[in-house]
Design a protein around this ligand. Structure first.
Ligand code: SF4
Length: 346
């Protein structure tokens, strides 16, 4: 990108309107361009057919439109699609389309790599290289929406921020992307169909509550015992469970929205009655449900999913305490697109 050209999608609608006014044009022109950029996903100024040629040339001289490219696309036997997405600077992230009978969910990335170091996660091995820009997050959603229409004859219905990276470590850009996804001049999706999944950064959970965000919150919990959680999610030492629980109580107080806990059960790590009792106890803090997720070994087999008997014991104890629990089968395992497997292997 020439040094003097700015990515036009870094501008807010108001900034675009102001830009046109400084050019002696009408502020309304900013609305038109904004709609081309976000609602119609224009890749070039020439696509903007209701804008005069002279104005398009002026935009061309001042700005670029950075767009992601789907570098490779893999389809799993179960219909799941994994996109390896090339960013404007050549770095790659992955996003996944997960189809079920009635819905299509996009699992999107928020960072290139991850600065956290969960020991069971393939992305953790990549280390964080940079945060994604709002448009790079938005474009992953647009790409999956197109694939959903092409392969499943229906638009994208849900979005989860559960791909590469910790979304709360890139909060401002994630929020800007969600704004564009939910705005009527953007994709017009309901925030109720969006879930941000975090490993649990208490300060940022409180900030989300203060910001009155309208999307759903999920927390990758995996253990409700500090020493166990720290052994698999080392940042738990800095953000222990008491702080996490306090932030979730704060979230519920302000938003009145229940929380989803993501939970994987591994052999020899969190498979005892003590682990189950601790989870049940943790779940009593705020209204919640638990998703028990099937685990996909990432290589050497250090982490093995616990047996059905142990998982059934979790379910029995949670249900006995009136806590809603679902077991989530993993999708796209054959293409390394399942939860915790995203590691740019293609
Ligand atoms: S599980 Fe999530 S937060 Fe943890 S290392 Fe992987 S991508 Fe980062």
């Amino acid at each position: 990108m020439p040094a003097n050209k700015k990515d036009i999608r870094a501008l807010t609608k108001d900034q675009l309107r102001d830009f046109f006014v400084t050019q002696g044009d009408k502020a309304f022109r900013g609305n038109q361009v904004f709609e081309w950029l976000w609602r119609k996903s224009a890749h070039s100024f020439d696509d903007m057919t209701n804008i005069s040629k002279m104005t398009r040339q002026m935009l061309e001289e001042n700005f670029v439109i950075n767009h992601i490219e789907v570098d490779t696309m893999q389809r799993s036997a179960d219909g799941t699609i994994k996109n390896a997405v090339r960013l404007y600077d050549g770095l790659i992230v992955e996003s996944v389309l997960i189809p079920t009978k009635t819905r299509t969910t996009a699992c999107v990335s928020s960072q290139v790599g991850c600065s956290l170091d969960c020991t069971f996660c393939a992305t953790a091995r990549l280390k964080r290289m940079r945060n994604l820009n709002p448009d790079e997050i938005f474009d992953q959603v647009v790409a999956i929406d197109k694939e959903s229409k092409l392969y499943f004859n229906r638009p994208l219905s849900n979005i989860v921020f559960m791909g590469m990276g910790e979304p709360l470590m890139n909060y401002n850009n994630v929020i800007k992307a969600i704004d564009k996804i939910t705005l009527p001049e953007g994709l017009g999706m309901s925030p109720k169909r969006i879930t941000l999944s975090t490993s649990g950064v208490p300060k940022m959970i409180k900030k989300m509550a203060d910001d009155q965000v309208k999307f759903n919150l999920a927390v990758s919990l995996h253990s409700a015992i500090d020493e166990v959680r720290t052994s698999i999610m080392p940042f738990n030492e800095t953000f222990p469970l008491t702080d996490l629980k306090a932030s979730l109580e704060y979230w519920y107080d302000k938003t009145k929205r229940a929380i989803t806990y993501e939970y994987i059960v591994w052999n020899g790590i969190n498979d005892t009655q003590r682990d189950i009792d601790a989870l049940v106890n943790f779940c009593k803090a705020v209204p919640c449900k638990v998703n028990i997720i099937e685990y996909n070994p990432i290589d050497d087999g250090e982490f093995q999913q616990a047996s059905g008997e142990i998982i059934n014991n979790y379910i029995y104890n949670l249900e006995k305490n009136r806590i809603v629990v679902n077991v989530r089968r993993s999708r796209g395992k054959d293409i390394d697109a399942a939860c915790g497997q995203l590691a740019n292997k293609t």
